[in-house]
Design a protein around this ligand. Structure first.
Ligand code: ZN
Length: 378
């Protein structure tokens, strides 16, 4: 059984230990020490990384009563061990932050945290009931108030008899000694993870998004150091957008709305102009079959133009696009069934699509020359 130093002091960054066993496994050398400060993956918290001697620890997992370090190289004897404490501290911020938020959601909505994942960039927490935006806003506000109060985060080990006196949150039935993490006035939860000593160290808890998940919701949170990184990244984006729009940062939403409205208006004008151009071109069309090309790449353009041409000729085909990206097509006739031509075109020119007897539409991944060759043969 490995002595678990992380339960004695969660801030141990370096320690000396003795290698008990080292065997080659699938992911690397599986090292068991007599004692360790490396936390093994569990309860939603990832396993620690770092170094045992000169050998990199890429993951830490639990195996019964032992803690197994997955190492790149074999190690032996007495070893100096060093955690990637920046990562571990971030995990502690996130884990304590999750307890604060889940405890507050529990008291506001009465629902439980039924899933918890600490991802590379954010944390997700699943709750087993619906949570309104208003409740999320309130939980976020209260969570940050709890951070400002700098409340101690305590680990308590009640006896079986004492346990029934505690009203605590727990995701599942726990066998053996129960370890409770208490944040006075905020949360009491059975937990095997590592935590910061005071809530102030969490820094910040920010709700990023919420989505419906199973019978409840999945909330994405930014907590601690990662929240700051996220803020920095978003701040850069806001300033870049602001510069592009030549608008103050606090006015970028209305500036985007203005640009969108201008774009929409331009689209209408462009569409009207295109129709006029198609009408002029269609005026000169005649004959049994007529093919036209347009560089817009829009299915709608192909449809409108071929419909105009069908007034002047028996079968009209319009291909809109270019050789590089392919063409959207429409083949139209007032008198003939064009579905067979559409099928042949799809086969000959690597296309897909279909339609009704008087019009087929689709796209082809072919060059103009290939399309013209096909058209001349039919
Ligand atoms: Zn926990």
């Amino acid at each position: 059984m490995t002595e678990k130093l992380y339960y004695e002091n969660q801030y141990i960054k370096e320690f000396t230990a003795t290698v008990v066993s080292c065997t080659e496994g699938k992911r690397g050398f599986e090292v068991i020490l007599d004692k360790t400060a490396f936390f093994p993956e569990g309860g939603g918290q990832p396993g620690d990384t770092g170094f045992i001697g000169a050998s990199e620890v890429i993951d830490t997992v639990e195996s019964g009563e032992d803690v197994v370090h997955i190492c790149r190289e074999a190690v032996t004897g007495e070893v100096e061990c060093r955690l990637d404490f920046e990562k571990r501290f971030s995990n502690m911020q996130e884990h304590t932050g999750e307890h604060i938020f889940s405890g507050i959601i529990h008291s506001i909505c009465g629902c439980d945290n039924v899933g918890f994942h600490m991802g590379e960039h954010s944390v997700t927490v699943d709750f087993n009931c619906a949570v309104t935006q208003q409740q999320l806003d309130e939980a976020e506000r209260l969570s940050n108030e709890a951070i400002y109060k700098n409340i101690p985060v305590e680990a308590i080990y009640p006896t079986d008899d004492e346990l029934c006196n505690y009203d605590y949150r727990s995701k599942k039935e726990i066998k053996g000694q129960v370890r409770l993490t208490r944040i006075e006035g905020i949360d009491l939860c059975a937990c095997c993870g590592t935590h910061v000593a005071f809530t102030g160290e969490v820094g910040i808890i920010k709700v990023i998004s919420v989505m419906n998940y199973k019978s409840g919701v999945r909330v994405t949170l930014q907590i601690g150091r990662k929240a700051l990184a996220d803020y920095c990244e978003k701040n850069i984006s806001v300033h870049e957008i602001s510069a592009l729009l030549k608008a103050k940062t606090e006015e970028i939403t209305s500036a985007v709305e203005r640009v969108m409205a201008q774009l929409q208006e331009s689209r209408y004008k462009y569409s009207a102009l295109k129709k006029e151009i198609f009408a002029v071109k269609a005026a000169d069309a005649s004959g049994e079959k007529y093919i036209a090309f347009d560089d817009g790449g829009e299915a709608e353009d192909a449809r409108i133009f071929s419909d105009m041409l069908a007034e002047k000729c028996v079968i009209a085909a319009v291909f809109s696009g270019n050789d590089e990206n392919g063409y959207k097509y429409a083949i139209t006739s007032r008198t003939e069934d064009v579905r067979a031509i559409g099928k042949e075109l799809n086969t000959a020119c690597n296309g897909r699509g279909g339609g009704k007897p008087d019009m087929v539409q689709g796209s082809v991944a072919a060059k103009r020359e290939e399309i013209e060759n096909f058209w001349n043969k039919i």
